[in-house]
Design a binder for this molecule. Structure first.
Ligand SMILES: Nc1ncnc2c1ncn2[C@@H]1O[C@H](COP(=O)(O)OP(=O)(O)OP(=O)(O)O)[C@@H](O)[C@H]1O
Ligand SMILES: [Mg+2]
Length: 501
């Protein structure tokens, strides 16, 4: 049992107006925002997170309406140092032993202490493999923060922040630590940031190649640019696919598909279908030109390249958004099938849980549009937990994310966010992010984050560890790149114009 009296001199005292969820206390020596305090209460002391600190002056508070600088200056000269005190607002996290919320508020006058480091270390610490380290408490650099791995993977996580605030670094730290405990990750990498890095002892790169024979009709339609409203084209494609699939493989898939469409066209008497067939033929030709790099008849199922216990990176840096959509939806669809198989005791290509990481999630899980991936992301967000597929969505445009999918991300790592509309949007999608925490978001520095959700024992302001290796997406040093170019240039800059003079 914690004996608060053993903590020496209190920091301050609770004032009136406390509730079971929050309190205010006055103190001559305020703790930093984001620090934790221990509050005297019955039956057990409470732990609380300091969410705001304001100043008060005894003299000025007792003389409301004194705004004249001359008067303030004179009062200042006369008032002692003790005149100024601080009023701190605290969110109650729970009782200091079980973290259960109290039923009664702490009484006015209760003593408030700085939470002892051992208590915080017990709360936020841990041991791999159940917990992995992510950083340190912002207000207590000596207290390490660990996240609960099972809860992080099964309850899904969103990493949100403005550009350059440290999202990819957070992914790298988490991926590296998870791989060190044998975790398997599948990262969809839009910018080739993780390709070739040493994360988790060296990532396994999976090229973004797709075998067209493995695609569903929906995936083919996206690649071909056939929307559902073009139902004649869809019908032609369906028929042609049936023909191709019934035959033995002889040539390239697209060639065989074009041949089948041509055959349908030649036999077709109705004008609309014949016109539709011509359109499909053109689209197949355009597809071959546009996605020649992605479509590969010899490509194995991407899941066969997945390696357990490693960070697997699908390199999407060379494909456009439509092709990325097809690759991601295809892989997620197959992953769900394989994990269901495993769960039902059947032979499976993926007999181990996987954490899927999607960078730039607002592109493939957008708010007001439908993409193929969005359907599968929503399914994984809803059902993944049961089958051992975790989702980690990363985005610099939170309000561009589908609200249903975002609300399934129970854990949040929110780094700096400046836009009030983004802040509101995240708060609406998440029950656990309170408005006082949201107020901190614009003032966070790079790598500083608010963590809320079941993967941490209590909401926390955390300085995320810096990933030790190199990532491909760091801030470029523009000035030295230009300088190097200038040194290398054979013609000195002033000579460039000499011919013109
Ligand atoms: N926790 C951290 N500690 C120290 N430096 C950090 C930390 N996180 C990020 N940085 C620095 O900030 C830079 C940008 O970080 P990062 O690439 O992770 O941002 P991002 O949010 O992923 O940006 P983008 O939106 O462009 O993808 C990095 O080059 C890194 O040096
Ligand atoms: Mg990034």
């Amino acid at each position: 049992m914690l004996d608060v009296a053993a903590f020496g001199e209190p920091l301050g005292y609770v004032v009136d107006g406390a509730t079971p969820r929050s309190l205010r206390f006055v103190s001559p020596r305020p703790p930093a925002i984001g620090d934790y305090v221990l509050v005297e209460a019955e039956p057990r002391p409470l732990i609380g997170l300091v969410r705001a600190v304001g100043t008060r002056s005894v003299t000025l508070s007792s003389l409301p309406g004194v705004y004249d600088p001359v008067v303030v200056e004179r009062l200042r000269a006369e008032a002692s140092r003790d005149d100024v005190f601080f009023e701190c607002s605290v969110s109650i996290v729970g009782d200091a032993e079980s973290l259960e919320m109290p039923r009664m508020p702490p009484l006015p006058g209760s003593r408030v202490y700085r939470a002892p480091p051992e208590l915080l270390a017990r709360l936020f610490g841990g041991e791999p493999p159940r917990r992995v380290r992510i950083g340190t408490l912002l207000a207590r650099p000596d207290v390490a923060v660990y996240v609960d791995v099972n809860r992080m993977v099964t309850r899904h996580t969103a990493i949100l922040a403005v550009t350059g605030a440290g999202k990819s670094n957070t992914v790298a730290v988490i991926a590296d630590r998870l791989a060190s405990i044998g975790g398997t990750l599948l990262v969809f990498d839009f910018h080739g940031e993780y390709v070739g890095t040493a994360i988790g002892g060296g990532v396994n790169t999976i090229p973004a190649k797709i075998n067209p024979r493995l695609l569903s009709i929906g995936e083919l339609m996206v690649l071909l640019g056939i929307e559902h409203r073009f139902y004649n084209q869809e019908r032609v494609l369906r028929k042609a696919l049936e023909i191709v699939r019934a035959k033995q493989v002889q040539r390239g898939f697209l060639e065989e598909l074009a041949e089948a469409v041509e055959k349908i066209r030649s036999l077709e008497r109705r004008r609309e279908e014949s016109t539709a067939a011509v359109a499909v033929l053109n689209k197949i030709e355009a597809l071959a030109e546009r996605y020649g790099d992605v479509i590969d008849d010899a490509a194995p199922d991407p899941l066969t390249r997945l390696q357990p216990g490693r960070v697997n990176v699908v390199d999407l840096s060379r494909v456009d958004e439509d092709a990325a959509d097809v690759v991601v939806s295809h892989v997620l669809r197959k992953l769900l099938v394989e994990r269901k198989r495993h769960k039902h005791g059947e032979k499976s290509m993926v007999p181990y849980p996987v954490l899927v990481v999607l960078e730039e999630a607002h592109i493939l899980a957008p708010r007001d549009e439908d993409t193929l991936s969005k359907y599968w992301l929503a399914r994984v967000a809803r059902e993944g937990r049961k089958f051992g597929i975790g989702l980690m969505l990363v985005s610099q445009r939170p309000k561009g994310l589908d609200p249903d999918i975002l609300s399934q991300m129970n854990n949040l790592v929110v780094l700096r966010i400046v836009e009030p509309s983004d802040q509101r949007y995240i708060q609406e999608a998440s029950e656990s992010l309170s408005s006082d925490l949201v107020e901190q978001l614009p003032s966070l520095n790079t790598g500083e984050a608010i963590l809320v959700g079941p993967f941490v024992p209590a909401p926390a302001l955390v300085k995320i560890d810096r990933y030790g290796g190199r990532l491909g997406g760091g801030d470029p040093d523009v000035v030295s790149e230009w300088a190097r170019l200038r040194e290398k240039a054979e013609v000195p800059p002033e000579d460039v114009y000499s011919d013109l003079l």
